[in-house]
Design a protein around this ligand. Structure first.
Ligand SMILES: [Zn+2]
Length: 295
């Protein structure tokens, strides 16, 4: 759209009384729509979702093509956040059922992750039934036709309950890890943490979650606060009801094992800030997966 048309649109808006609180938004939006209508699609099949025409559509952002809603991941939990962001775009209908995903190189760039991380995430989402890979001339990674109809088997979830569990956990567990690192630990306490760590690290996928829970409760036990142990255990049982609804992803388990080791090492060398930080990082990874799969 040329400058003249833009100015004309602007004048029209002012004349018809478009000046309001949302004036600049409206103006930007209408200018952007006009610009989009003129823009050739250039074979970018993912440019907009077929559902984004009307109805329950999520409109494309005026700031760029629809997949720019795939915001870059923040770092420590690249794999888990990649899963979360891709699932979000599928559930929002930005990538619609049976729609082809953008090429790996572009997706990786958009998410700010390596292609290896992206491939891991796409592979896991394929195993979990959200994506399908098609070979041949029109080959590529497609959103499964049934992806958005996937519902957890155990009845409806209250999103407020999910957020409450994640929030409470993000307060008590880093605090427990910090206290454990500051505590004067007996040899038995240190051994207890090491045993729980090696048991979860050596665990196969089957039986992983109970050992994971045991490790997290052990950290609380070392904090010296019985109330914290109770709170961590109780929150864990609420969390398990959520974890039971999402698939176990082997890349996430490897990552969790590294994070557990970091937490335990920080506690054992008495580094409270590092123990707290590593715990926050670890919990955020789990939270990303839960938000991605359960949202
Ligand atoms: Zn864990």
């Amino acid at each position: 759209m040329g400058v003249k048309t833009f100015l004309k649109n602007m004048m029209t808006w002012i004349t018809i009384g478009g000046v309001s609180n949302g004036f600049f938004d409206d103006l930007y939006w209408s200018a952007w729509v006009a610009w989009r209508q003129q823009r050739p699609v250039n074979g970018l099949t993912y440019w907009r979702s077929p559902h984004s025409v009307e109805g329950d559509a999520v409109p494309d952002s005026p700031f760029g093509p629809s997949f720019s809603m795939l915001r870059p991941v923040r770092g420590g939990n690249a794999f888990e956040e990649t899963i979360e962001h891709i699932l979000q775009t599928i559930k929002l209908g930005i990538f619609a059922p049976a729609e082809k995903l953008p090429p790996e190189r572009e997706l990786a760039e958009q998410l700010g992750v390596s292609r290896a991380t992206l491939r891991d995430a796409l592979g896991e989402l394929q195993s979990a039934g959200y994506l399908e890979v098609q070979r041949g001339r029109y080959g590529g990674t497609y959103v499964s036709a049934s992806a958005v109809q996937r519902q957890p088997d155990q009845g409806p979830l209250d999103p407020a309950e999910v957020e409450d569990v994640l929030l409470f956990r993000s307060i008590i567990e880093p605090a427990a890890a910090s206290l454990a690192a500051k505590a004067d630990l007996s040899a038995a306490a240190r051994r207890h943490l090491q045993v729980c760590l090696s048991e979860v690290s050596a665990s196969p996928a089957v039986g992983y979650r109970p050992r994971d829970a045991r490790f997290h409760i052990a950290v609380a036990e070392l904090s010296g606060s019985a109330s914290l142990v109770g709170a961590v255990a109780e929150t864990r049982s609420r969390l398990n009801e959520l974890l039971d609804r999402i698939p176990l992803l082997s890349t996430n388990l490897d990552h969790a094992n590294e994070q557990h080791a970091e937490i335990a090492e920080a506690i054992l060398r008495g580094d409270a800030p590092a123990a707290e930080r590593a715990t926050i990082e670890h919990l955020e990874g789990t939270a990303s997966l839960l938000r991605g799969f359960l949202a």
